[in-house]
Design a binder for this molecule. Structure first.
Ligand code: BTN
Length: 263
């Protein structure tokens, strides 16, 4: 698989030298964080055919069966304070949409803040984890999971109504190596353009399907209905709640569901 992925990248691609492929891992993000602490360079890419303990946001798991998806983590070394990286997950979301558009021929949407969606269902997700040292981000591990080959019945029962795959959306088998290479290509470009926050956020807002929607904001056991008004420059979601109050919610604290469905 590694050679297949490399065959879709230009031979001189800066991240081609530090690409690792595994048949199975607990979690590519967990291993990438360990490797980052041990000094692995910017652009180290880890891919696994399956994960036994794939991780999602807010302590959730990410279903990662073999032969079915893309499970990729990349180590970035931005060397800046964390408040300059608030838009990183948004930038990764746009890069993932670019890659899927190139490799699968359609552009998914993004459900705030980090879910890739198509046909009102979850196609994949992004988990960004920072490794800090003395108030500086020593590294950011960006993890992307994309469901590629599953049929609806392949998902566990609790996901069958809310998950989809590139195959279930397009009816076509996607070349996973080509998609992995497209992700690596777009993530590398994104990592060089991270300073262009306004341009990135403008693109994110175009892809974000949550904007203008009736949503439920979920924080632990608390659920509040409202309308998503805007995505701010740091990725925060401006919400008008049913009682008329307007507040910004941050991705570390809450998740969002559509009032009338998953998105
Ligand atoms: C989410 O849906 O909340 C985020 C899912 C992120 C899954 C990817 S798969 C590759 C990387 N390794 C992990 O353990 N998680 C991320």
């Amino acid at each position: 698989m590694k050679n297949e992925i490399l065959s879709h990248l230009p031979p001189e691609h800066p991240w081609g030298q530090s690409l690792y492929w595994y048949e199975e891992l607990p979690s590519t993000n967990a291993l990438a964080k360990d490797m980052a602490r041990e000094g692995a360079p910017h652009g180290t890419v880890l891919l696994a055919d399956s994960q036994s303990a794939g991780r999602g946001r807010l302590g959730r798991s990410f279903c990662s069966p073999p032969g079915s998806g893309i499970y990729l983590s990349v180590i970035l070394r931005p060397n800046c304070p964390p408040d300059e990286l608030m838009h990183l997950t948004c930038a990764v979301g746009v890069a993932a949409c670019d890659a899927i558009a190139d490799a699968a021929g359609f552009r998914p949407g993004i459900k705030w803040i980090n879910d890739l969606v198509a046909d009102g269902k979850k196609l994949g997700g992004i988990l960004t984890e920072l490794v800090m040292e003395g108030g500086i981000v020593r590294s950011a591990v960006v993890g992307i999971g994309i469901n590629c080959c599953q049929m609806p019945r392949d998902f566990p029962p609790e996901l069958q109504n809310i998950a989809c795959s590139l195959f279930s959306v397009t009816g076509q088998t996607v070349d996973r190596a080509k998609l992995a290479a497209a992700l690596i290509g777009h993530l590398e470009i994104m990592s060089r353009q991270l300073q262009e926050r306004s341009a990135i956020m403008a693109r994110y807002r175009r892809d974000c399907v949550t904007l203008g929607k009736e949503i439920t904001v979920i924080a632990g056991d608390l659920r509040r209905n409202g309308r998503a008004l805007a995505v701010e420059e740091d990725g925060g979601l401006l919400v008008q709640f049913e009682d008329g109050t307007v507040a910004t919610v941050q991705s570390g604290e809450v998740s969002v569901r559509g009032l009338f469905g998953y998105t």
